[in-house]
Design a binder for this molecule. Structure first.
Ligand code: ATP
Length: 305
C-alpha cells in the first residue's frame, strides 16, 4: 500500500437559483456548478489506526471540524472501524470563498481512501456518504476518477446541475471555458448566514437556467454569459458592497459577464480572450492578494486515460 495524491478542484456556480424553502429548513436549489483549474492537493498515507491531519494553511481547522477529517471518519467507519489514515492538505483554494474548498477536500478523501484501501465502495455508496457530509461534496466527487500513474488519483473534472440541497445531480456535457478570472476580496462570508438572509421577493435578477442549459448543450461558451445569474448576490452585495464594485469593474474591463460564486465573496468573470483577461488580472492583482486567471478543470484524454 502506498501514498495516494489527489487533486481537489474548486468550483464556480455558473447559475444559482433558489426555488423556495423546504420543510427541513434547507433551501431548494437549482445551480449549475463547474470545476475550475485551481486545486488543493490531498495526500493520503496508510496508518494502522487514528486520523492524523496536517496542512500548509493557517486558515483551516485540523480536527473534526475539517470536512476532510469528517469524510475520512465516515468512509473508514463504513470500511473497517478503527482503521486510520494520514491526510495532508496543500491548500491553494481560498477559504470561505464560495469555491467549495472544504467540500472538494472531503470529496478527494472519500475517493482517495476508497482507492488507497481498495474498499470497493460503489460510486452510489460514495455519493451517498458525500451528500451526508455537506451539500457540495457530492458534486465535487461526481467526476470520473482515473489513475494516471501509481500513487495518483485524478478526477476528469465535471460540470453538473444540482437540485434539492445540492445532492441531486445531473451531469452536463464537458465544455472548456478558456478565460476565467476569479477575484476573492479579503473577507469571508458565512454560507449559512447568507442563505438565512435571503428574501426571494427582493431578488432583482433570477438566472434563466433553461436557456443556459440550451446554449451550454450547444457548446456556445460565449452566450452562456447572457443567462448567468446568482440570486444570493442580493444578500451578499447588500452586506458587502465591494462585491458589486468588483463585478462592475470586471465588466468595464471587457468581461462577457461577472458573477458572484456560491454565497461569495469570490467573483468570477468570463473573458472573450487572453489579452483582456490578462489585463484585468494585472489590474486586480495590484489590489487583491487572491486573484486567479484560470480555465476550466479538465484532465485525461479522449481514450479514457
Ligand atoms: P461552499 O462554496 O461549498 O459554500 P466555501 O468555499 O464558501 O464553501 P470553504 O472554503 O469550504 O467555504 O470554508 C467554509 C468553512 O469551512 C471555513 O470556515 C473553514 O474553516 C471550514 N473548513 C472545514 N474544512 C475545510 C477544508 N478542508 N478546507 C477549507 N475550509 C474548511
Amino acid at each position: 500500500m502506498q501514498t495516494v495524491i489527489i487533486e481537489a478542484p474548486a468550483k464556480i456556480n455558473l447559475t444559482l437559483d433558489v426555488k423556495g424553502k423546504r420543510s427541513d429548513g434547507y433551501h431548494e436549489l437549482e445551480t449549475v456548478m463547474h470545476q475550475v483549474n485551481l486545486f488543493d492537493r490531498v495526500t493520503l498515507e496508510p496508518r494502522s489506526s487514528g486520523i492524523e491531519m496536517a496542512t500548509n494553511s493557517s486558515s483551516i481547522p485540523l480536527g473534526q471540524e475539517n470536512l476532510a477529517y469528517k469524510a475520512a471518519l465516515m468512509v473508514l467507519q463504513e470500511y473497517q472501524p478503527g482503521a486510520g489514515v494520514k491526510i495532508f492538505i496543500e491548500k491553494n483554494i481560498p477559504v470561505g470563498a464560495g469555491l467549495a474548498g472544504g467540500s472538494t477536500d472531503a470529496a478527494a478523501v472519500l475517493a482517495g481512501i476508497n482507492h488507497l484501501y481498495d474498499c470497493r465502495f460503489s460510486r452510489q455508496q460514495l455519493l451517498k456518504m458525500a451528500a451526508a457530509i455537506g451539500s457540495d461534496v457530492a458534486f465535487c466527487m461526481s467526476g470520473q476518477y482515473y489513475q494516471p500513474r501509481p500513487g495518483e488519483l485524478v478526477s476528469r473534472g465535471t460540470t453538473a446541475i444540482a437540485r434539492g440541497r445540492g445532492e441531486l445531480l445531473e451531469s452536463l456535457p464537458t465544455r472548456i471555458i478558456p478565460y476565467i478570472l476569479i477575484v476573492k476580496p479579503d473577507f469571508e462570508l458565512s454560507t449559512v448566514q447568507v442563505y438565512s438572509e435571503l428574501d426571494l421577493k427582493a431578488v432583482e435578477q433570477f438566472p434563466d437556467t433553461r436557456s443556459f442549459l440550451q446554449v451550454w448543450n450547444k457548446g456556445d461558451i460565449i452566450n452562456i454569459s447572457v443567462y448567468m445569474a446568482n440570486v444570493l448576490e442580493s444578500v451578499s452585495i447588500r452586506k458587502k458592497p465591494e462585491i458589486g464594485i468588483i463585478k462592475s469593474r470586471l465588466m468595464e474591463m471587457g468581461a462577457l459577464n461577472a458573477l458572484m460564486s456560491g454565497s461569495g465573496p469570490s467573483v468570477f468573470a468570463i473573458f472573450p480572450d487572453n489579452e483582456t483577461a490578462s489585463k484585468a488580472y494585472q489590474a486586480f492583482k495590484k489590489e487583491y492578494r487572491e486573484v486567479y486567471l484560470l480555465s476550466s478543470y479538465k484532465r485525461g484524454d479522449k481514450n479514457g486515460s
